[in-house]
Design a protein around this ligand. Sequence first.
Ligand code: GDP
Length: 424
Amino acid sequence: MKNCAIVGINWGDEGKGRMVDLLTEDYDVVVRYQGGGNAGHTVVNEKGKFALHLLPSGIFREGVVNVLGNGVALDPENLWKEMQQVTSQGISITPDNLKISDRASLLMPWHRDMDALEEQRLADKKYGSTRQGIAPFYSDKYQKKTILAGELFYPEELESHLEAILEWKDLTLTRVYGAKAYTMEEVKTWLADYCDKIKSFICDTGEFLKEAQAQGKNILFEAQLGALRDLDYGIYPYTTSSNALAAYAPVGSGLPSLRLSDVVGVVKAYSTCVGEGPFVCEMFGEEAETLREKGFEYGAKTGRARRVGPIDLVATRYGVEVQGATKIALTKMDVLSYMDRIPVCVCYETDGKKTDRFPFPAKLSEARPVIEYVEGWKCDISGVRRWEDLPKEARDYVEMIERAIGCPITYISVGPERDSIIYR
Ligand code: GDP
């Protein structure tokens, strides 16, 4: 029996979906345990190219059961649309291969409104939210003002609970933001349009996972975003509103007593960051433009151009540490093939001193990257499948990162396709 989490080490978009899609071959169950539909995994396999936002990336493997745990922001509207999209591409989604926790809270239409209204109010001080309602959703959850998916099975209790929440929410919408209030009728229509559609997928997933564990099944936990976006350990307040760490997998999945046997940390061979917030190693100008183009660094959810930079060893080492990673998957190595020499952010400079410790968030804006260059390999490596067939400079690059972060790099990805991988 294996329990493995696949997590992001950096700012997200490291290629976790691609790694989950690959590794699910050895797993029976894939669980999403935090976050919502505010980020995206792009998965390319023999069935096509897919953009997933909330569905676990095990959805493409026959026989794999996918679970949306209690820790996710369950957006019935977007989930239903995503299910329709993926099914239209020939993938079967049934209550046998998708199970939604009855303890997951529902992301309601006003969460998206609140997100947009608050970003508008913040104007040039905005957080760069994807406006999917994630921050208002989690703050409501912690205020105990959300509806649990399982409540859909108790219509009378649901109605009175909704009325109480709506009374409070409408006050905030109208008095704080001067926005439109919701009527109970509108909410009922929304419930019928979306929640009724996903109802048959809702069950006690904690019980299901316990049973799977008892039967010795292998369970994979799939995280969204990366360590530096973690609410408690990331670049607060430019974080997400949930915990993207492996440590949260037991809580957010429905198996609170779980011990993970492995944590695969996904690291990109260079850095990218989407949205606002300090990004110490950021590159600008033509150099950045070329890397962005070569790596096709545009957000899966929003299409926004991602900020890019060299691999940041300070942030990556920190990410490995807070994730408790036991293995690393290094992705997008092929993208660097065009570079004569490859920049690497080896440490930061703050207060005139060099440091290899990741600073407190408020100190990040004054940190400067210290860049060194290593030799590039200057040839196409996307067809390479064996470690020994990689050019020496590419192997040196991997080994240099490995030494700096103190964790074995066991997978090297050289293309988006499922089999573009080197096992080491
Ligand atoms: P995730 O949210 O961590 O799954 O990452 P995204 O899906 O947002 O971003 C990763 C992108 O890189 C996707 O478009 C993948 O298809 C692509 N990708 C993943 N691994 C590789 C790789 O090794 N090489 C190249 N060229 N693209 C990759």
